[in-house]
Design a protein around this ligand. Structure first.
Ligand SMILES: [Zn+2]
Ligand SMILES: [Zn+2]
Length: 415
């Protein structure tokens, strides 16, 4: 009994099924407060808070800033090192990224590196294979078993003073950039303290969170896979529209250290545009880009895969290696006995059902029966179309030993 008891105590809560008695121990209360409880309070508060136009505009602007903090900062700069940023830009991104309430750069990037390394496996912290809601937010709302977390190398992040500073004081970033700063701008700017807190603060953070979560859920579920279809990431314009360009996720998983997610100029990727603009201003440098040749290779291979699948659905005739090998004399004998057999390029075709349908008339096709009609078929009488070649291959029934009559003659002469 004692052994059992101590074993039970050692069991992690996630090893026990969720019951009415223990469900609250499964919940990660800090995360749940930040991603569900406060946002719900914000939604309720919005009913009692009139929305003023300057506050609405400020909320949208602050959505772009804090969204970029995640996409250009947390994601493309720190998690993937797809470019280098100057100290002032890093501080700006650490502040506004902190204001989107998605954890510290250090925590976020380490989870994200694990997601790329173990995509769709047990160790993927938000693998869509565990369910779309799980990948969207349940992985944060519920406690995770430490045994399932894949290790990642974040030594570079531990050496970045901005990352270390933000991680150490993260709670203040939540308060300052999640709530105080947006309220301060609206309050000091046009006297709307409450609107600033509710709309530019909490509802804006709710929106940025949900948009980012969509990259983990929707972008692994909806859209095309132009570069690789072995894993779940997908490209879709809708995901791109709500995530400041992070929706070209199939490309991103293939080329994660590319500072772009959208490679076409007309695709929506304001994160890429911002990084490019910062480069022009001298704030960003060393923007990494995969060679177009490498990107095209992936695209062509994926196209080839799709074509091969379509090809496999069609009837191309019995494969040559599965056809019986027939002696030339037997072929001639069978044709003389009344079977409509024609030899073309060493392959015997049964044209019985096709004589009446032959576009060139019955006489011509009959003249090839029991003979080697290769030359007739390939231009001697008529240069047949590609479609005719395809159709012919669907009629093949045998292969002539040695390829044709000539071989027989050679064998006889040797004998
Ligand atoms: Zn992903
Ligand atoms: Zn990524």
């Amino acid at each position: 009994m004692t052994v059992n008891k101590s074993n039970r105590q050692k069991l992690h809560i996630t090893d026990q099924p969720i019951t009415l008695g223990n469900w609250y121990r499964h919940v990660n209360w800090i995360n749940t407060t930040l991603i569900l409880i406060v946002p719900i309070i914000g939604c309720v508060a919005a009913f009692f808070t009139p929305l003023r136009i300057p506050t609405a505009l400020w909320a949208v602007l602050y959505y772009f800033w804090t969204g970029l903090g995640i996409t250009a900062g947390y994601h493309r700069l720190w998690a993937h090192r797809s470019y280098e940023a100057s100290r002032p830009l890093k501080i700006f991104l650490a502040c506004v990224g902190g204001g989107s309430i998605q954890g510290s750069i250090r925590w976020w990037s380490s989870k994200h590196r694990a997601h790329h390394r173990w995509t769709d496996t047990r160790k993927d912290p938000y693998g869509v294979n565990k369910g779309i809601w799980y990948s969207h937010f349940m992985w944060m709302a519920l406690k995770q078993n430490p045994k399932d977390s894949g290790r990642t190398d974040i030594s570079d992040l531990n050496e970045d003073p901005v990352v270390v500073w933000q991680h150490k004081h993260y709670i203040y970033f939540i308060l300052a950039f999640g709530m105080l700063f947006p309220a301060l701008v609206a309050g000091l700017g046009w006297g709307d303290w409450q609107g600033g807190l509710v709309y530019a603060g909490i509802l804006r953070w709710f929106f940025v969170q949900q948009a980012t979560f969509c990259v983990n859920s929707v972008a692994h579920w909806l859209g095309d896979q132009p570069f690789d279809d072995r894993n779940s990431p997908r490209d879709h314009v809708i995901t791109a529209l709500i995530t400041l360009g992070e929706g070209y996720h199939n490309f991103h998983h293939e080329f994660p250290s590319d500072y772009r997610n959208a490679i076409e100029w007309w695709q929506y990727d304001p994160t890429k545009w911002s990084i490019w603009m910062w480069k022009q201003l001298g704030l960003a440098s060393n923007l990494k880009q995969f060679r177009a040749n490498e990107i095209e290779k992936g695209r062509v291979q994926q196209l080839q895969k799709k074509v091969d699948l379509q090809r496999a659905k069609l009837d191309w005739g019995v494969p040559l290696e599965q056809l019986p090998v027939v002696e030339w004399d037997d072929f001639v004998a069978e044709a003389q006995a009344g079977k409509a057999l024609v030899a073309i390029a060493g392959v015997i075709h049964d044209v019985t059902g096709f004589i009446d349908e032959h576009p060139g008339g019955r006489t011509l096709i009959r003249s090839g029966i029991g003979k080697d009609a290769t030359a007739m078929f390939n231009g001697g009488v008529y240069q047949h179309s590609n479609a005719a070649h395809n159709l012919l291959s669907s009629m093949r029934v045998g292969v002539v030993r040695g390829g044709g009559e000539v071989e027989i003659w050679r064998r006889n002469s040797k004998g």
